[in-house]
Design a protein around this ligand. Structure first.
Ligand SMILES: Nc1nc2c(ncn2[C@@H]2O[C@H](COP(=O)(O)OP(=O)(O)O)[C@@H](O)[C@H]2O)c(=O)[nH]1
Ligand SMILES: [Mg+2]
Length: 274
């Protein structure tokens, strides 16, 4: 299940993950008809938008009315369901008249073996505490997991860092991302350490490649991060298939090793070795 605030990059990740996974994986990977068409469309849309010279902000890729959208895949005769969430569900209250959506959301979390927490890396690293909280809501994610995954079931949380084109290029940059992540998402890392059946992996990814963070403007409520399309850089990806690789292996109880150098594992190592 993909979890994260609006606009952190969940749907973009899903469309690219599907593409790269199909290209790279040794698992035979088959999308159900609707899933294949939807994700292919999202990918095509992303490509045309990104090739435009005076590109500002690409629009939403897969608009959906449903709060929890399911994508179905078949891998080695097993059914996999990836849940994407929309409509700001992370911050929805029962009193907003969306009790049913909220119930579906909580149910999906408790059923999921793997949670992919998508995190806006620019806000995490460059934002004030206020902005980083507003954009990524680490406390809210932790509360939802504590409530819906209180038991002893095996659970893997993949922390996928998006919008980090400006830092993923160098080792020092990745180190900075890691530090900021451990500082700002400390509470959920503590929760992982509390039970040997939980594990986490820090995974920085490059999804667009040609759009980089340039500067921060405004203060308080008006604080905003500004990105620019770099004409010297190409639309390119790095690591986008990795979350899916780990998720599938984890569900099939296969070893997740070796974990990439740029990544970091948290929790009990027996969770990833078989
Ligand atoms: N620079 C940059 N922009 C991204 C990245 N991932 C997503 N975006 C942009 O962030 C916006 C929101 O993405 P979307 O996938 O719709 O977010 P969702 O609401 O979490 O599903 C879009 O304008 C994307 O193009 C990334 O890795 N780098
Ligand atoms: Mg979305």
């Amino acid at each position: 299940m993909l979890m994260g605030q609006e606009a952190v990059g969940k749907t973009t990740l899903l469309a690219l993950m599907y593409k790269e996974f199909t290209r790279n994986s040794y698992f035979p990977f088959v999308a159900s008809n609707d899933t294949g068409i939807d994700l292919e469309e999202a990918y095509q849309k992303l490509c045309t938008i990104i090739e435009k010279p005076n590109f500002t902000e690409p629009p939403r890729l897969l608009p959906g009315t449903a709060s929890v959208r399911e994508y179905n895949f078949n891998i080695e005769n097993r059914e996999f369901v990836v849940c994407d969430t929309a409509g700001g569900l992370l911050m929805t209250k029962e009193s907003d008249g969306r009790a049913k959506d909220l119930e579906d959301f909580n149910k999906a979390i408790s059923k999921s073996s793997v949670i992919i927490n998508v995190i806006d890396g620019a806000a995490m690293l460059e934002g004030s505490d206020f902005l980083a909280d507003r954009v990524n809501s680490p406390t809210r994610v932790k509360d939802l997991l504590m409530r819906n995954k209180a038991g002893d079931e095996r659970c893997l949380i993949l922390f996928v860092i998006t919008k980090c084109e400006a830092w993923i290029k160098t080792e020092a940059g990745i180190e900075r991302l890691k530090k900021a992540f451990e500082h700002r998402h400390k509470a959920i890392l503590n929760w992982i350490e509390q039970n040997p059946n939980r594990a986490g992996i820090f995974i920085p990814v490059k999804t667009l490649g040609c759009v980089e963070f340039s500067f921060k403007e405004g203060d308080g409520n008006k604080e905003k991060l500004v990105f620019h399309k770099k004409t010297n850089l190409k639309f390119s990806q790095e690591n986008v298939d990795k979350p899916m690789q780990y998720a599938v292996k984890f569900c099939m109880r296969r070893s997740l090793l070796p974990i990439e150098n740029q990544f970091k594992f948290y929790g009990n190592s027996f969770m990833i070795q078989f």
